[in-house]
Write a protein that binds this ligand. Sequence first.
Ligand code: AMP
Length: 129
Amino acid sequence: MSVTGKPPYDPQNVFARILSGEIPCKRVHEDAYALAFHDIAPQAPVHVLVVPKGEWCSAADFHAGAPAQEIAGFWHAVALVARQLGLEENGYRVLSNMGPDAGQEVGHFHVHIFGGRRLGRMVPPGPPA
Ligand code: AMP
């Protein structure tokens, strides 16, 4: 499975199977452009994933290839979900892992929305180079 942002897209990836209904999810939002659901292994009191409906491997693939309307629709859904989850007052973090250095596990572009507590450092400490 490629998670480097370069096609080919693997239609058997777990988020493709969630989008098709083959695998269940705890859905929080769905529209023409995006599906949002709770992460199966939450790392914060609120940990929701938002995935576009199109077959895009990664953030790089999506932003290089998707039509502007699809990109706008996706990001609109991200903001809407965060608002509907009640996260705007105290804040939240939106994160997308792209490729091996970021530890992307699923080869379908997605963003994580984290909230519900102070989230701490953006990136864990490690060697600078
Ligand atoms: P990433 O490392 O950015 O590719 O994140 C993939 C995320 O997908 C991880 O946080 C997993 O816990 C989550 N995940 C994997 N399988 C499922 C599933 N069936 N339902 C919900 N979340 C999942």
